[in-house]
Design a protein around this ligand. Structure first.
Ligand code: NAD
Length: 286
């Protein structure tokens, strides 16, 4: 797990020292997207890239103040709606809100998720925490697919995306509860793809490796109370096995733009791993 990274064998340049350019394009011109967990991190960065590619985006998140702030920052093509993905009625409302505002829903991105702080051993697994994580990471995704499909099936087109994780592909990278929830997401995507294909709807997930979003930094603070924010960011970047690169929200956002666009028109039921070779590296070293 995260404890293993203390050696920082692969510590690389933090993102703050690297150069970025705003990437724009028209891959999603005229499209409307709904993204859950979009107030922060991967969801926010994806919303930005979707908009930069011509889409209108509805941001759904449980954090109201931050959600409104993010929508303001992203400009007139972003709208925020409060939504707790554990409540089916709120997901349903977010979908209906998107349709009433923009008359269509082309891309439903079920990205909201949380980490968890359960004990390492499965013997000590806190099943109340397990239920809470499943309610967001698995049930929330299922509800998003259900209500996205509800409005896409009549149109016989649409794209559904979900955020899984490399932890859903192999053991030993995270806490059991989180890993199990993310294997669930990968499984849901396969299962749903087998039905959605007959309606012309594509569904895929993206599996990132560790990125220092608030989600991961908050979790790491519990393990390393003496390490400051920049130290924790460097610790996460230290997981990278790809020389000269670290995993950033924009890497996931770029994958999402691709999967949402017609460039991926024949890709469905796929789990796109964005990990700089991390899972391959880990497999070989076992
Ligand atoms: P983040 O904490 O920056 O963003 C997650 C967002 O989800 C937050 O804005 C949060 O308010 C929202 N959220 C939490 N519970 C919610 C609920 N019940 N209803 C609606 N919104 C809710 O973290 P992130 O890293 O951007 O995480 C996004 C997704 O990426 C998650 O599914 C996470 O599991 C996955 N992921 C993250 C990493 C990583 O290292 N950061 C790696 C693999 C997968």
């Amino acid at each position: 797990g995260f404890r293993k990274c203390s050696s920082l064998r692969f510590l690389l340049t933090p993102s703050s020292e690297r150069q970025f350019s705003a990437q724009t394009g028209s891959k999603l011109e005229g499209k409307v997207a709904l993204i859950t967990g979009a107030a922060s991190g991967i969801g926010k960065e994806t919303a930005r890239k979707f908009i930069n590619n011509g889409a209108k985006v509805v941001l759904a998140d449980i954090q109201k103040d931050q959600g409104h702030e993010t929508a303001l920052e992203l400009g007139p093509n972003a709208t925020f709606i409060p939504c707790d993905v554990t409540k089916e009625s709120e997901i349903s409302q977010a979908v209906d809100f998107t349709i009433s505002k923009h008359n269509q829903l082309d891309i439903m991105y079920n990205n909201a998720g949380i980490a968890c702080q359960t004990p390492q051993s499965i013997v000590d697994l806190d099943l109340a925490t397990f239920d809470r994580v499943m309610a967001i990471n698995v049930r929330g995704v299922v509800a998003g697919i259900k209500h996205g499909a509800r409005v896409m099936i009549p149109r016989q087109r649409g794209v559904i995306l979900c955020t899984a994780s490399v932890t859903g592909l192999m053991g030993g990278l995270s806490q059991h509860t989180y890993s199990i929830s993310k294997s669930g997401v990968i499984g849901i995507v396969k299962s749903a793809a087998s039905e959605m294909c007959q309606h012309g709807i594509r569904i895929n997930c993206i599996s990132p490796m560790a990125i220092p979003t608030p989600f991961v930094i908050d979790e790491l603070k519990n393990y390393y109370p003496g390490v400051d924010y920049e130290g924790l960011v460097q610790m996460v970047h230290g997981f990278s096995v790809l020389k000269g690169a670290v995993c950033e929200p924009s890497d996931i956002a770029n994958a999402a733009v691709f999967l949402a666009s017609d460039d991926a028109k024949f890709i469905s039921g796929h789990n796109l791993v964005v990990d700089g070779g991390f899972t391959s590296f880990k497999s070989l070293s076992l």
